[in-house]
Design a protein around this ligand. Structure first.
Ligand SMILES: [Zn+2]
Length: 243
């Protein structure tokens, strides 16, 4: 039995775990929306977010291929027919609590497409915080597939008896969450992953993504072709810092 009766108001913590305004300002200071596959991986390494294992990725890709071929044949649902070309997140997870030794707390898999959720009940979750990014300011990052999915996992844990406003209960959770993304995460979503780790420090997060956007590589190529005769011979690091 989870110690729900022990939770009193003085022990509850603020949700989301970040102070929204200061957090949004510090994210803005990155000056980019997305670090791409390679830069994103460097950032995740710094945050202690591991890579999903090859064997798991192989299974996920097999599942996603079968799924996209399946929905392509259903003619009545035009949204589903375009789904295989859309941005998505897939997760598999297994959690337990030290308060329930030997028992599973929550296990399952979730698939989430980018954009509005069909069920309004699932569109807003208070657990994590999405922020506006400096370049594509008009994009609502709370609609990102991985943001919605991580929020959903938090909600499922909350409903399983782990009151997420209670640090004692949150800290009792341990387990793994494997996440596959069709594209590299935006900075808001990498931040949401960090918030997820802060909420549930005993849970391991493993992430891998496809490789559609690689802005760092693209930017370097652009700088090469943009060089004028005047700054020829200046090392590329100097071109970057004067930009
Ligand atoms: Zn995002």
């Amino acid at each position: 039995m989870l110690p729900i009766s022990k939770v009193d108001d003085s022990e509850r913590s603020r949700i989301p775990v970040v102070e929204k305004e200061a957090y949004a300002q510090s994210i803005q200071r990155f000056g980019v929306d997305n670090f791409g596959k390679i830069g994103g991986r460097c950032l995740m390494n710094q945050l202690g977010i591991g890579r999903a294992e090859e064997a798991w990725l192989h299974e996920v890709k097999h599942f996603l291929r079968a799924w996209s071929e399946g929905v392509g044949t259903v003619s009545s649902d035009w949204k589903a027919q375009t789904a295989h070309r859309r941005i998505y997140a897939f997760a598999e997870f297994s959690f337990a609590s030290t308060f329930l030794p030997g028992k599973s707390l929550l296990e399952g898999s979730l698939f989430q497409l980018n954009g509005l959720h069909a069920d309004p009940e699932f569109t807003f979750r208070p657990w994590l915080c999405a922020v506006q990014l400096p370049i594509s300011k008009w994009v609502d990052r709370s609609l990102c597939a991985e943001f919605q999915l991580l929020g959903e996992v938090c909600e499922l844990l909350h409903r399983s008896g782990i009151d997420l406003t209670c640090p004692e209960l949150r800290y009792s959770v341990h387990g793994d969450l494997n996440l596959y993304l069709s594209e590299p995460s935006c900075v808001s979503c990498v931040g949401a992953m960090k918030q997820f780790q802060t909420l549930l420090p005993g849970a391991n997060l493993f992430v891998e993504c496809g490789s559609v956007i690689e802005p760092l590589t693209a930017r370097r190529q652009q700088l090469k072709t943009r060089g004028s005769p005047r700054n020829e011979g200046i090392p590329s690091s100097a071109s970057l810092s004067s930009d």
